[in-house]
Design a protein around this ligand. Sequence first.
Ligand code: AMP
Ligand code: MG
Length: 336
Amino acid sequence: MVFLQRLYPLFLILLNFIPTAYAEWLSDKQAIMGTDVRVEVWHEEVGEGRVAIEAVMAEMRRIDRLMSPYLNESELSNINRHGADAPVPISGELFDLIARSVAFSEMTHGAFDITFASVGHLYNYRRKIKPSEGMLQAALPGIDYRHLLLSKGSNTIKFAKPGIRIDLGGIAKGYAVDRSIAILQRWGIRHALVTAGGDSRLLGDKKGRPWMVGIRDPRSEGKVIAMISLVGTSISTSGDYERYFETGGKRYHHIINPRSGRSVNGIRSVTVIGPDATTTDALSTSVFVMGVKKGMQLVDSLPRIDAVIIDAQGRMHYSAGLLQPGSGQPIRPKMD
Ligand code: AMP
Ligand code: MG
């Protein structure tokens, strides 16, 4: 009896810990792919949840090693080094993502184009470097997705001529987010958020309520100008504030018009909502290049795709699906 009395308080303490050890929101944030990767999951068993989050981080790092243009040993860098010489054999995974990129080029009439990098690599936003007019004009003929010769049977890629570079910066983060969600699903997780920079995908809801995702004010860091409530969907934002520098009263930023090799004017940010993050990532970049009118026309022509565009005057434009009451995609201005 004395023994039991002594144990009793200990038992109570243990009881306090047991529920949290079994079901909890878990989260982690790591710097990968040149951006912040954030994962939030609800898992019935904390240990397993943590392993699942680490599996996602490992997947993000794997994709970065495969597709980064900044790593000499990445498959992508190897293509850029040898693509003009002979067909370069590549992994099925990279082949498929390049093929998907080309499909987005066709869908957007060249607004989305991974060969933008033929000129894009001449900019360094951190060091405020841009190409001279002569360098830009010399490199511009390298931009055209039709210069990419893909051979499905042998999984090779060849550049039609020298002076071409590719960069998957407009689609790879969304792809990595989709792969991450698939991993979480395999772990039996049904409520999660994965974010890589401006690209997010939500699995299920936030246990009984929707996820609230903010659209930031493009000219005021930390200020949110709209909140969107979402369940089981993807959302990507492309902004002229992510990587840029200003000189001579002009903003040079990382979204390049493939026709001119220059940063796109007229828009500050584009947010696209859709079923998967590869699509929303590619489309947010595409719509940014296409501009408000043509970009919104494309969005409204695509099933299950919506968008919010903030133009150069700070005005907000909504796709038809977001304006219709009862469309299932409520949007409301933030009240603060
Ligand atoms: P996002 O933030 O998803 O819009 O991606 C921007 C990134 O996409 C840039 O940093 C570039 O790596 C890449 N990019 C820029 N312009 C284009 C373009 N016209 N087509 C495809 N990718 C682009
Ligand atoms: Mg994008």
